[in-house]
Design a protein around this ligand. Sequence first.
Ligand SMILES: [Zn+2]
Length: 625
Amino acid sequence: MLSARRSALLAALLILLTPMVSGCSAPSLDTHGSELAESVRSLVTPSGLEEQLVAIAQYERPSGSEGENAAIDHIVAVLRGDGIPVDIYTFQAYASDPVSATIEVVGADLEPEAITYSFSAAAERLEGRLVDVGTLDDLPDLETGTGERLVLRGDAAGRASAAGGSRGGGSTQVAPTRADVPDLAGAIALIEGNPGTASVDQLALMGAVGAIFINSEERLNDLIVTTTWGTPSLRNYHRLPTLPAAHVKNSDGEALRSLMSRGTVRVRLTTEVDTGWKEHRLVVARIPPPDPDATYVVFGGHIDAWYHGACDEAASNAAMLELARAFYHHRALLRRGLVVAWWPGHSNARYGGSTWYADNFFDDLRSRAVAYVNVDGIGQRDAKRFSANASAALAGLAESVVRQRTGEEIRPRRPGRNSDQSFNGVGLPLMQLNHNRLAEDGGYWWWHTPDDTLDKVDPEVLKVDADLYADGLAALLADPILPVDLVAQVEALGAAIERRQAEAGERFDLGEARRRQVHLRELVDRIQGSLTGGGGVQVDLALVDVLRPLHRVMYSPSSPFHPDPGLDSRPLPGFSALGVFAEEDPASDRYRFAEVSLIRERNRLLEALDRSTAAAERLLASGGL
Ligand SMILES: [Zn+2]
């Protein structure tokens, strides 16, 4: 029904294609967006931001807590006070709050201060030999491309061979890396560094029964250690960690190492976590444009925090609130709707709120949303470095916004997998603007600690950062032509295919994908050179139809509907199995398993290119530009 309506409307648009412009540059900020941006910026003031910041940061806000609910109530009251439509969703998410950790050193008078992590396993005086495994860099890599199950690199093929006995050829081929992996059977691992989401899994796969992570500095940072993204499903609940883990300050780690230098050290590890189903509340402000059928942009950041979380991220929440109010005030200028979401479950459910929203509004997002803008950690005192993470389609917008407001040239990086980037399956162009305190200015050391207090936020910096978001959102909301760069996205895909081909060498052929990408590049060049018309809902949707298949294959390794572990953020992550070719004999099981993965992923890439090409051809044929 949608496509029939779309076709009819496209056919009704009679603006002719302008002559083909080749090599056209990224869309620049449009005057419509600029007018809205200026109006919005004038309503967002340092004192207004500070007032909201203080109101939110007064509460400690672990997700599902009274403090988080009080902050949510404040946001709802302010929004409703202005008459802004607000929806509040209440749902259960599988979350984990760290409670406590203690470490007893058997036979020694040392009891380091310790905390545990969100999604650590619980343990009661678990005793084991302490084994120093060095730093995080010393951990063996996980096999990439194994899908839902995680294994150490080379381990899958090794086990398959062991289970299947001799099957000739390479059945005894196991990756050489396995021989280098220390056996931690029954041991408690001591390791330097703050864990990534997969670190405890890596140690468990090495045989460890517990882990103690040493902070590189004299503090304790709260973190989460699960590879599940959002609430687990039947597909991946088996990946919930089984290893209890604790975190100690650097000096305590050194004290443990000093004891170990004198002989075997045994420790008893106790970790308490509160893991299970918790009620979460999600506030969504929906700022309507004059056209009720218009597309919309989602703007999100997390409401929950470790402790008072002033920088991370009451400051961002305050900016979201003031921007929502300002955009609502000027809603007559909107061509697209603005959906502002304060995500719960970021810190204790690994993006549980944004994932819940993606799961439960998938159909609507896929039908009418045109971009996701994420905000995390703005307003840092002494912040000096601007940067951005963006899909290639929005990198040009991020660059223009930062250049126009600050004069700084930035080179946006690809989207990370470290915040609420939960909409890659929907296929939404993604942008996040950053402004960081550099290490030479003292760094962002208070992150995820009780020291993330109001004095760490500078309202003047927050105003600069909120203005950047005002500009970026205004362009997305008010420019007649949605400011997405199709050419940049297709070129980024071409570059990624080239890199993957170089990685494969003669062993795997991506030539056909490259040929189809070159053809698509010509089509989107023509589209972008012709985008001089008035735009409209159907043009917005048609542009995203071109981008969606590319976005999915470029930034997500597997299904659009089931979140991946988020461990690999390189473009075309589904081709990570190419790394196996460099390590293995072509006769080995592991090489051949990798080859099958790659053939299937190449099918996925070709289909994505064909779908995108078909969408581009439809748009060109419609003349509705
Ligand atoms: Zn954050």
